[in-house]
Design a protein around this ligand. Sequence first.
Ligand code: F0G
Length: 430
Amino acid sequence: MTSAVASVQVCEICRTEIDELSPASVCPSCGGLLELRHSFLDGGESLSALFADRRRATRGPDASGVWRYRELVLPSARADEVVTHPEGNTPLLESRAVARWAGWDSSEQLLIKHEGHNPTGSFKDRGMTVAITQAKRSAARAVACASTGNTSASLAAYAARAELPAVVFVPKGKVTGGKLAQTIAYGARTLFVRGGFDECLALARSASAELGIQLLNSVNPFRIEGQKTIVFELLEQLGWNVPDWIALPAGNLGNTSAFGKALRDAREAGLIDRVPRLCAVQAAGAAPFARSFAHGFAERITVEPETIATAIRIGAPASWNRAVRAIRDTNGVVASVSDAEILEAKAVIDAAGIGCEPASAASVAGVRKLLQSGTISRGQRVVAVLTGHLLKDPDAVTDYHAARTADRPHANPPIEIEPRVSEVERAMRA
Ligand code: F0G
């Protein structure tokens, strides 16, 4: 890996610039969130050729679907500093069944970018490889995050790989079995906080500031840089032909912000000449951003969140301003979908052999709704991002499929039998 110019961290509010290696988690002058600014040395064609060439690598940072794009992520990181699994390299899938359910005739109109194929089963690994690499570079003693479960699983795994102590703050009773199992098994000190995600994040912020621990939530700008590669990779998979829409589930709004910055950076670097519209989708019971969007983002709203999609059960999203910018810059929209719509979308995605956790299905449920309302038109091409793996939340599956009812038409309940062929025959006919 060649070393390149260092990037700078810039405050999104007062524009104060601080050193790339500073461990500050917010602007030291005004408390605003920080963002990385790179200098692009090459033009679009030489960059896309470089990225394509690295796809031949079988080991090391070039084999990572994050570090392959390092000129746009963290150009100054050296190969021996990078903590990688590797991650990324996730598929862009077509499914006739999912496209048909969402309202398209052709599976080419609705493509599915499956981030559940990352090493810990969610898109969080893309941000975490960069944040943990940076934590090592800036000599962190320990790392922390608040989480609804996926960030904690990812942080725990990457901290273990980097041999850094990790502490995670999770809402007691609101994290799925799969995510909790990962977090504990990978060795993070796991704190069950009596409160929701929003309280966990507030506590993680003050505890890390007071105790000298590096906070690796998506307020951390290095997480955002890594998550941008979801967009770079899907654009590259489309031959840098820009789709009309990119849809994603939204909770704390880190990923929405990352997608906005990815598109700005890709255009500035000359990789694309126009941007797709972003479609951020929230669960109706946890939809402060969607409600604010409906009023032109006139005010910053918080809610008491409740949804089956525990990953996005968030009432006071932290990356608010930069997500507003992402939606405005891309002429995007913010939608909300009910838990019933999420569960139906998930059942269709699961039965198509693709599978995802409940929060992920919000993107496909949202796209279906916007196609019905005419915001998205049938001739347009959409990429829907699935953010987490089906096995993250096995309880959601067994609960849904326990019995077929009018509101659960896709249920596939298991059938209990005596060990006799006649009973097998009967079950096959049922
Ligand atoms: N999808 C999944 C599966 C998630 O785990 C999350 C966030 C999101 C979507 C929303 O992304 O917060 O950047 O808007 N999970 C965080 C966590 C909150 O702690 O794992 P966002």
